[in-house]
Design a binder for this molecule. Sequence first.
Ligand SMILES: [Zn+2]
Length: 303
Amino acid sequence: MVKSKAFRYKKVAFYTLILLSTYIFTVGYGVNNNKVLIRFYDVGQGDSILIKFPKELNEYKILIDGGPSNILSTKISKDVSFNNKIINSVVITHLHDDHIAGLYDILHNYSIESAFIPSLPINEYKSSPLIKSLLGNNITTITPFHNQIMTISNNNAMDSPATLRFIWSGLDSINATGCANLDTSNPNVYSLVILLTYKDFSALFASDAEAGVLECLENLSDIDILKVPHQGSRDALFKNFYYSTLPEIAILSVGKNTYGHPHKEVLDFLKLNSINTFRTDIYGDISILTDGITYTTFYSKIK
Ligand SMILES: [Zn+2]
């Protein structure tokens, strides 16, 4: 993974954003190894991703979405030890069942310190059973604002090697960017889109953002890993998004479905642009392990 001037520019821009940000989350905890693990669980048609930070960041654990069923409980038990059932942060990217149904078991069986939820219209926020459960369990809920940065740190350092940036936070991003022509009755337009940076490594988790949202994302630059938006739906194929981010690897979190996901147009586009593509329905759980300079990819099913 050779990074060019473009990346240095990105880094300068990034720290500028930290300074400009009016509120920064700083979080920490834990023990163990020296690499970041990102696990895209094979949960069928839906998303669930665990990010586990290294010892230097106290093994902080973030779970992005919970997939469509309680299959996640079995999967995650291999990564989060029985003796220390702590998931520091859960991220609920949006309120569709294929992203959140598996979280109820997790709420019940794990200790969760905080939950990130998108910025939503008040009626959707108030009527969500999952958000009610979070509040009922006294879990701290955090709604990030547009472009907000969360640093992963064990000493409150501003220069932590690991950050999450909420490049789309839902309603707040719609308002901040003035992005027009979005169907605001579609929960996908409120999907949190998150950029993870660890040293020179970056991964973009695009949830179910569709073309209208992707078109409105700002300040995108090259990334290593992309969680392909919306299970590879053609509705989420906005080519300039790929030309801006130039991912090396695309992960499709997909299972048996009636929508035809991933659509052929998306697969053809990824192939045409030489982006290595891994699908959870073919490769099983797909894992990325990085020291922040290089990364390796491995998976649970033999292909
Ligand atoms: Zn969705």
